[in-house]
Write a protein that binds this ligand. Structure first.
Ligand SMILES: *Cc1c(COP(=O)(O)O)cnc(C)c1O
Length: 385
């Protein structure tokens, strides 16, 4: 089994569990995205919710990318780490007045609006401040992302987005809203999408909607196709990065931009998932009747994805090379769902061995909780160890 390269001797001196971020891989990923988008009318906003660790945010901001935020505090965190407000977009079905005001006070690039009442409140709050808010309509394209149901967002009767039949009413509301300015339309169909065909379906819908807006005499300066590009969780050592080339070329081929129109993207997972690993120690090897349990000191409070949506993470024993054995890898939390993997092959493991749970840079540390009064996991960076 090919293993990831980790500074294991240094890890042995550290308390576990912790997140370890490979900064070189993060930079290589950012460079790959930059290569596919520079010199085009393509703009990338990093989805902060995937990982809001300040060091990670700073690395991404330093490449000149924008930020996609889903709360007022994410806007503040993004700005603190160097993202400029003119590249910040703000999505979310339930923006509070305070959060909208954070966006208005900082003159963010765009509010991605998800309902008529939100549009009305935004106009009222903007008018009270004598400001004009730029808005994009988040439209529900009814495209199936073919991913886990908890991370599918683009189907009708999903809480996200505006349905197409409401668009005429939305335009009426816009006419009465002197403090709003339409910048474009926004979509986000789901997450961990590995079948690029879903994005082709999205492009078809974007074209249809754009034509409808044109018949209303409305030009859209911005088309925002959201995020969702998946990564390969099975083979982090062979396929360390998403296929950005195919992804961006798909949009180039399937969406002809109108003059001066910009295409915006909101990638989260594909940017940060590969560079992060959750490092944990084996506490006990427990012999069951049919199975062997590897009880490790990381749990669902550190990485909830397997418990929350049966997500797969590749796991390696990084301190042993004793040849393979079959294990269930489980955490210490008092929940039966606190399982990282069932019946997987690992190098034969013993108390004290170090385990790497790979591709955990997205929706990992950021979702950590203090359930069971546990400490939050620490984080270390490859260039600091
Ligand atoms: C979560 C989210 C994203 C990022 O999704 P990924 O699958 O991590 O790329 C982008 N846009 C919006 C509106 C989101 O909610």
């Amino acid at each position: 089994m090919i293993k990831g390269i980790f500074p294991v001797e240094k890890f042995k001196q550290l308390d576990t569990p912790f997140y370890y971020y490979d900064i070189e891989l993060l930079r290589a990923t950012l460079q790959a995205i930059k290569k596919e988008t520079e010199n085009k009318r393509f703009h990338v906003h990093y989805a902060v919710k995937a990982n809001a660790n300040p060091r990670i945010l700073k690395e991404i901001a330093a490449f000149g990318f924008g930020a996609d935020c889903v709360s007022g505090n994410e806007i503040l965190a993004a700005m603190e780490s160097g993202f400029t407000p003119d590249k910040i977009v703000f999505a979310g079905v339930g923006k509070s007045d305070r959060e909208i005001e954070i966006g208005l006070d900082n003159d963010i690039f765009c509010f991605n609006v998800e309902s008529i009442p939100e549009l009305e409140v935004l106009n009222t709050l903007a008018s009270a401040k004598g400001k004009t808010a730029r808005v994009a309509f988040r439209i529900n394209p009814n495209v199936d992302a073919h991913t886990h149901k908890y991370i599918t967002t683009g189907l009708t009767e999903n809480k996200f987005g505006i349905n197409e039949q409401d668009l005429p009413r939305i335009l009426e509301v816009m006419k009465d809203s002197s403090n709003l300015q339409l910048t474009g339309i926004h979509f986000h169909i789901g997450s961990q999408i590995t079948d690029l065909k879903s994005f082709e379906d999205l492009c078809v819908r974007v074209k249809e909607l754009q034509e409808w807006f044109n018949t209303q005499g409305i030009k859209l300066p911005v088309i925002n196709v959201g995020g969702g590009l998946g990564i390969n969780y099975q083979h982090p050592n062979h396929i360390p990065m998403a296929d950005f080339e195919s992804y961006f070329r798909l949009f180039e081929k399937n969406l002809q931009l109108q003059p001066n129109q910009e295409l915006h993207f909101e990638l989260g997972r594909a940017v940060v998932a590969p560079c992060g690993s959750l490092i944990s120690r084996v506490l006990f090897v427990k012999e069951g009747i049919q199975k062997k349990f590897l009880i490790v000191d990381a749990g669902m409070t550190d990485l909830i994805r397997p418990a929350l949506y049966q997500a797969f993470h590749h796991i390696e024993n990084i301190s042993s090379e004793k040849g393979p054995a079959l294990y269930d890898v489980v955490g210490p939390i008092c929940e039966s769902s606190d399982v990282f993997a069932e019946q997987i092959m690992l190098d034969e493991s013993a108390r004290g061995d170090l385990i790497a749970i790979r591709s955990a840079g997205a929706y990992g540390e950021v979702m950590a909780s203090r359930y069971n009064c546990r400490n939050l996991p620490l984080s270390y960076f490859s260039d600091q160890l």
